[in-house]
Design a protein around this ligand. Structure first.
Ligand SMILES: C[S@@+](CC[C@H](N)C(=O)[O-])C[C@H]1O[C@@H](n2cnc3c(N)ncnc32)[C@H](O)[C@@H]1O
Ligand code: SF4
Length: 382
């Protein structure tokens, strides 16, 4: 079953300005499609949110089968992953990233699926690290990985220009870890990846732990103890209702407040001041100087209000929200004969028309978007 094929995808080449047959356009592409050049006005969406963060899914494949993301019942031997020819090439990703940097993007995050399964990823990192924002600075370049393949690759990634890394790890206990990742990889291999990342100086490292009720709650304190005083920031993530395949239920979510309560019983926690806007995690610090912990509470405390993220799927579709049902086909434009200026105009239109605030609507019991199937995280990029 190829889940993402069931979502609605809006072809970029439907725009009349391309001289093709005129068809009705979705508002996102049509609003400014006839394209004056960039006018220098700040690029904001309908909720006055700027575009800062581009998440790039480089593969829909993964060597893990985490039940909350790619459950084996769905992503088993019968699942058809995307054929190579449909994937954006490194050069196409570089071009798209360059265009987005000119529109205000400051952070590029490589993700997936498992990004380290994409061959020669360091070559892509090298291309992206050479890009510059309009003021001449390099973009913030980071990677999210399960780290199973990290230790032998991390030196090349760092040498290619990778600046930071986020590693997903749901448990220290090997049995709990294997149950959640549903893969024949010991937790020690992930810990070696983290050590290797520390050794090459990829700091600060973040570790993401999805907390699921009755599954790995007992790992909250061991994980906190393990990463205190190491320079690694542990971030607790609420289990989200992303995609259609994980069978999510609210009663499987451990609210961040509950995690804070449990941590507070063991450690004295204090607030962190000056959090940057658009940061997904709220942070607290250990009062004894043991570092910080983060909480990503997209279920109980939606952060749509300052969401500045755009996602580029493995096959070149743009998604303005993690919970989107519709993508916008950038690959056709990249592979067609469109000049950069024309694509830029369309990208601006897409962002200016953006209205998404799925999590906030879920939290406020407002009517949530309906219609298509929600996109899977392994395809859209976590
Ligand atoms: C989709 S993964 C892709 C990158 C890489 N394979 C990894 O696991 O780090 C990115 C992040 O999304 C998180 N994630 C996936 N499904 C989730 C869900 N249903 N709820 C919360 N977080 C989820 C993962 O734990 C991971 O930290
Ligand atoms: S969370 Fe990451 S490691 Fe786990 S199945 Fe999804 S893509 Fe793979």
């Amino acid at each position: 079953m190829l889940i993402m094929r069931e979502s609605r995808v809006i072809p970029l080449q439907a725009a009349p300005s391309m001289g093709r047959e005129a068809r009705p356009l979705p508002p996102a592409w049509s609003a400014h499609a006839h394209g004056a050049p960039l006018d220098g006005s700040p690029l904001l969406d309908t909720l006055a949110r700027p575009l800062r963060d581009l998440r790039i899914s480089v593969t829909d494949r993964c060597n893990f089968r985490c039940g909350y993301c790619m459950p084996r019942e769905v992503y088993g031997p019968g699942h058809r992953f995307m054929p190579q020819a449909t994937l954006l090439s490194f050069e196409e990703i570089e071009r798209a990233s360059r265009l987005f940097l000119s529109l205000g993007v400051r952070k590029l995050r490589l993700t997936g699926g498992e990004p380290l399964m994409r061959r020669d990823l360091d070559q892509l990192v090298r291309l992206l690290a050479a890009l510059r924002t309009p003021d001449g600075s390099p973009p913030e370049l980071t990677l999210t990985t399960n780290a199973a393949l990290l230790a032998p690759k991390v030196a090349a990634l760092k040498a290619a220009g990778l600046q930071r890394i986020t590693i997903s790890l749901d448990a220290l206990d090997d049995a709990v870890f294997r149950r959640m990742s549903d893969a024949d990889v010991p937790v020690a291999q992930v810990l070696q990846g983290i050590d290797a990342a520390l050794a090459v100086g990829l700091m600060p490292i973040k570790v993401n732990m999805v907390v699921q009720k009755g599954v790995n709650e007992d790992q909250i304190l061991p994980m906190a103890r393990h990463f205190r005083h190491t320079g690694v920031e542990l971030r607790f993530i609420e289990y989200m209702d992303v995609g259609q395949t994980n069978g999510w239920r609210m009663d499987q979510v451990v609210p961040s407040q509950e995690v804070v309560r449990r941590l507070s019983e063991a450690f004295e926690l204090a607030p962190v001041l000056n959090q940057a806007p658009g940061e997904t995690a709220r942070r607290l610090r250990y009062a004894d100087g043991g570092g910080t912990v983060g909480f990503i509470s997209s279920v109980t405390e939606a952060f749509c209000g300052d969401c500045n993220r755009l996602r580029l799927s493995t096959d070149g579709r743009l998604y303005t929200c993690l919970f989107a049902t519709e993508g916008h086909d950038l690959r056709a434009a990249l592979r067609g004969d469109e000049a950069d200026a024309q694509i830029l105009n369309r990208l601006q239109s897409l962002w200016r028309a953006r209205t998404d605030q799925y999590s906030a609507q879920r939290g406020q019991a407002l009517p949530a978007p309906t219609g298509g199937r929600r996109i899977e995280m392994s395809y859209i990029g976590g």
